[in-house]
Design a protein around this ligand. Structure first.
Ligand code: SAH
Length: 230
């Protein structure tokens, strides 16, 4: 685990403050709602304050950017509910700040942007080709340069940069994909929704020298993880 070198961690500045429905005050109300739902980690709450969620959402839906709900991002996919993004980030940081995190399911890039504020390097894999350049552009707009995006099948992970100290799944498989467990470092943690369409268990999986330990953190609803590139 790294100490979390701040100099390597991107910061969102300029051009992204927003006005009215997307203002800093609107964002602060969302942060307060998430804290009231039990997310205590100040680093995570700060990241939520910093990242302009409206940048990761189509213009037509921007007035709802700071509602605590998932929203459509096209291609039948959704940007996750802010509470879920916050809770998963908090769980990932619990054992210590991971040096490198792998995310499966880049989608809009919002979860990756939150992670970019919290850890030195974020690697993220998305299976739908059209979402990749869009997420890249949004992360650049948010001035975040420590996120690396790959168009690929997340069931295979991203072996080149493994092992990862943290792995987060934002699409749900029926069971934990073996290649992802292989790419998790000893001492590392995976946070993953596991189950069928409509309802999954959010599992926290710790890889220790003795083996795998897991516990259930919440009931959640994610889009299913789909095999192959789209
Ligand atoms: N983290 C995203 C959530 C997007 S929804 C955000 O913050 O916006 C889940 C995403 O997972 C979708 O974009 C979907 O295309 C992607 N996905 C589903 N199966 C996948 C797979 N096997 N590999 C990579 N991405 C996958």
């Amino acid at each position: 685990m790294a100490s979390g070198d701040k100099s390597m961690i991107g910061r969102a500045r300029g051009g992204s403050e927003g006005v009215g429905m997307t203002s800093r005050r609107t964002r602060e109300r969302l942060v307060e709602a998430i804290a009231a739902q039990g997310v205590n980690d100040a680093r995570v709450l700060d990241a939520l304050r910093e990242v302009p969620r409206h940048l990761f959402i189509d213009e037509a839906l921007q007035s709802r950017a700071y509602d605590n709900t998932p929203l459509p991002i096209g291609h039948g996919q959704t940007i996750s509910q802010p509470w879920v993004v916050a809770r998963m980030s908090e769980l990932l940081l619990e054992p210590g700040v991971p040096e490198r995190v792998l995310e499966i399911g880049t989608g809009s890039g919002y979860q990756a942007a939150i992670l970019a504020h919290l850890v030195p390097q974020v690697y993220t894999v998305e299976r739908i080709g059209a979402l990749v350049p869009q997420a890249r552009q949004r992360l650049r707009q948010a001035r975040l340069y420590n996120v690396h995006i790959r168009h690929g099948d997340g069931y295979q992970g991203w072996p080149e940069y493994s092992p990862y100290d943290g792995i987060i799944l934002t699409a749900a498989p029926h069971s934990i994909p073996e290649p992802l467990l292989d790419q998790l470092a000893v001492g590392g943690r995976m946070v993953a929704p596991i189950g069928g369409a409509g309802y999954q268990e959010l599992l926290v999986i710790d890889k220790t020298a003795e083996g795998i330990e897991q516990h259930r953190a919440a009931g959640v609803t994610f889009v299913p993880m789909v095999h192959g590139r789209g």
